[in-house]
Ligand binder design. Structure first.
Ligand SMILES: Cc1cc2nc3c(=O)[nH]c(=O)nc-3n(C[C@H](O)[C@H](O)[C@H](O)COP(=O)(O)O)c2cc1C
Length: 205
């Protein structure tokens, strides 16, 4: 084990209104400790995803998981699907995943317009469960879905949606620039007045 020396500084969301502490504690690190995530922990994350709501309870989400220490070939294949930037910091993550959505309803084969939405909801719960367990999940759009389909044998009718890096956050000092600076930059969000409307579109709360 070559753990980076220090844990990252506090990344708790500076929320403008009080929110559940678990939500405030979730963030997307790029530096991870070189520490395996036990199988039991991964099962707990999938269990959290399992309890997401979904359109007609179709549960379109799937996860292909590769642990760097246990499935090194699958991990390397998954890493190879990532964009160059993401690959640089994901190489040391203990776990990589691809979230995959089934694009039709199992009960009648009609297109499921909400498959990605529901898969995102499941991944959000997975990320919150990770945070509750001292882990963090970093979701990524920066990967090649065609490459992932081929490398991971994802069948037609299932869309690779996001890649996810997972583990215990490590020290920002373990990262090269520009990622080191990003790891400690202030966490920012649009104010709720910009997206929460009252009664009709554009009416500021
Ligand atoms: C669907 C999705 C795609 C993302 N793609 C990437 C990505 O390719 N690379 C990356 O470094 N971060 C990616 N992120 C992470 C976001 O940049 C991050 O969630 C955002 O900056 C807010 O930071 P926080 O998660 O720490 O609150 C992605 C997040 C989501 C939800």
């Amino acid at each position: 084990m070559t753990d980076a020396p220090a844990a990252p500084s506090d990344r708790t969301a500076p929320a403008a209104y009080p929110i559940a502490p678990l939500i405030a504690s979730r963030w997307s690190p790029r530096s991870f400790l070189d520490r395996e995530v036990p199988e039991e922990a991964l099962k707990r994350l999938l269990e959290a995803a399992r309890w997401a709501p979904s359109c007609y309870n179709a549960q379109p989400w799937h996860y292909v998981i590769a642990r760097r220490h246990r499935e090194p070939e699958a991990f390397a294949a998954l890493l190879d699907c990532l964009s160059t930037g993401n690959r640089s910091w994901c190489a040391l993550a203990p776990v990589l995943m691809i979230a995959v959505a089934r694009t039709d309803f199992p009960q009648n084969g009609s297109p499921n317009r909400h498959a990605w939405y529901d898969t995102g909801a499941a991944s959000a719960l997975l990320a919150l469960q990770a945070a509750a367990m001292g882990l963090q999940a970093h979701q990524m759009a920066g990967f090649d879905p065609g490459k992932a389909r081929e490398a991971l044998a994802i069948p037609e009718g299932y869309d690779p949606v996001t890649a996810i890096a997972l583990g215990q956050p490590g020290s920002p000092d373990a990262l090269a620039e520009p990622y080191r600076t990003r790891e400690t930059s202030p966490r920012i969000r649009r104010p709720i007045e910009e997206f929460g409307f009252l009664g009709r579109w554009g009416e500021v709360f």
